[in-house]
Design a protein around this ligand. Structure first.
Ligand SMILES: [Cu+2]
Length: 131
């Protein structure tokens, strides 16, 4: 097992930031004409990632990750509005022309869907975390 952050196990608290944000790999997802682009993201388990969500539409969108951020340490910045629950990050509302950055380290390999849950929006994507 490879432990992130200088050998210390990752904690479940969503407010803890990864130790050095400058080493992260940037992954940009543009939101345009009610689509996530790209819709499939390929991440590596244990790598530090800065997920950058850019809403280029003139309407509000939401980023709703399913299970991806459970037990992950993360840091959210930008002008989106994040909502947290007991399991961590639930949803981010992205204003028109807004941008949000999520700094985190994916842990558990698997396939994690995400979507926009605003009424009438059929917008889906997938994060694949590889071993
Ligand atoms: Cu939307």
């Amino acid at each position: 097992m490879v432990l992130p952050f200088g050998g210390k196990p990752a904690l479940a608290a969503p407010t803890l930031a990864p130790s050095d944000p400058h080493e992260a790999r940037d992954i940009v997802v543009n939101i345009k004409t009610r689509q996530f682009d790209p819709a499939t993201l390929s991440l590596q388990s244990g790598e530090k990632v800065r997920l950058i969500l850019r809403n280029q539409d003139v309407e509000l969108h939401a980023f709703v990750p399913i299970s991806l951020f459970q037990n992950a340490t993360l840091q959210v910045s930008g002008n989106g509005a994040p909502e947290f629950g007991p399991q961590g990050l639930l949803r981010i509302l992205l204003p028109s022309k807004g941008q949000t950055e999520i700094l985190f380290v994916p842990q558990q390999p698997g396939t994690y869907p995400f979507l926009c849950d605003l009424p009438g929006h059929v917008m889906n994507g997938t994060v694949v975390v590889q071993e």
